[in-house]
Design a protein around this ligand. Structure first.
Ligand code: NAI
Length: 330
């Protein structure tokens, strides 16, 4: 029996987390979910979107899975996701991007993994105003953070029989910060028997659209990882299917790449695949490969049959009908 922190989140979060829970429970694995609320709904009561009990619960259970949480744009509180990643030192953001047979997209054989540094860079949101004249964001890149994320990427490639690691940067312009990332990448690549190369982030964006099958493991600083993950989601059918994991030495928090999609909140149309795939990653992290594969096979069957797909994938089924279909195929 596992005890896992479950954060339903905002927007479509509660719908996709409940769908995920139904599928995981129907697979037969014994999990006790500790439901913890964070985000918009708790601000009024606690004066923060992330009360202390959230961090306490994850520290106690060590594993969490969460729905997306809304972050106000251009004002308001700091992102709950950034706070969680920094407070729990979840330094890896792992996002596998893989084509599914049965899901229509322009590409058929995409199978790459984005390894995104998760604690620093511009994404840390260290900013200040310069009077009424402007504002400054600080792009902090440190050697230890580069070393651990790049080592993770090479070890991941080795352990998962991946052929190549590509370091993504903009060291031609940011010679000190991205230069540090690139130099560390080159240094570490020498100690692994894995093919490697590096690519400037703008070229990476174009090459991923032209020839995504050429890429395997891609490691990069935080902000580039945020942007290229969504680009890669678009290669294989959209944000509704891409999972993610935030991993540190002590804790792991699993979540989809997508956000809270407020436009479709409460309409029973959200695609829960991304969170279900995040749960598959979580089960593999726990060593529960049998249950992970069982759910993955059911998903594959539903996509190949193609009769009950959600609207984002060109189907007509609701979140609930799609979830029922997965459970039927377990
Ligand atoms: P979004 O990912 O919520 O939505 C982008 C587009 O994808 C929208 O058209 C949406 O309807 C669609 N979409 C997303 N997930 C879907 C799903 N499961 N099924 C079907 N369609 C789906 O990104 P957006 O609009 O930029 O952000 C909305 C809010 O979410 C913001 O407050 C943002 O800060 C937050 N956010 C939270 C994340 C997290 O908690 N991990 C990650 C990304 C954004």
């Amino acid at each position: 029996m596992y005890k896992i922190t479950l954060i339903p989140g905002d927007g479509i979060g509660p719908e996709v987390t409940e769908a995920m829970v139904r599928v995981v429970e129907a697979s037969g694995i014994n999990i006790e979910w500790e439901r913890i609320y964070a985000g918009e709904k708790v601000i009024e009561e606690y004066n923060t979107p992330i009360p202390n009990y959230v961090i306490d619960s994850i520290k106690k259970n060590r594993i969490a899975i969460k729905g997306p949480i809304t972050t106000p744009i251009g004002e308001g509180f700091k992102s709950v996701n950034v706070t969680l990643r920094q407070n729990l030192d979840l330094y890896v953001n792992l996002r596998p991007i893989k084509s599914f047979k049965g899901i229509k997209s322009k590409y058929e054989d995409v199978d790459l993994v984005i390894v995104r540094e998760n604690t620093e860079d511009l994404y840390a949101g260290i900013e200040h105003k310069i009077g009424d004249y402007g504002a400054e964001s600080i792009k902090l890149i440190t050697k230890p953070a580069c070393e651990r994320i790049i080592n993770f990427a090479f070890n991941y490639a080795k352990e998962n029989n991946r052929n190549k690691v590509t370091g993504v940067h903009k060291a031609n312009i940011m010679k000190l910060s991205d230069g540090l990332f690139l130099n560390t990448f080159k240094e570490i690549s020498k100690s692994f028997n894995v093919e490697s190369d590096d690519l400037i982030v703008d070229a990476a964006a174009m090459n991923l659209v032209l020839n995504p099958e050429k890429y395997d493991v891609m490691v990069m600083p935080n902000l580039y990882g945020d942007i290229l993950s969504d680009l890669c989601a678009g290669l294989v059918g959209g944000l509704g299917i891409i999972p993610g994991a935030n991993i540190g030495k002590e804790y792991a928090v699993f979540e989809a790449v997508h956000g809270s999609a407020p436009q479709i909140e409460g309409k029973n149309v959200a695609n829960p695949t991304a969170l279900i795939q995040s749960a598959i990653m979580m089960l593999r992290y726990l060593g529960e490969h049998k249950y992970a594969r069982k759910i993955e096979k059911a998903l594959e069957t539903v996509f190949i049959k193609g009769e009950k797909l959600t609207v984002d994938l060109g189907g007509k089924s609701s979140t609930q009908e799609f979830t029922d279909e997965i459970i039927k195929n377990l």
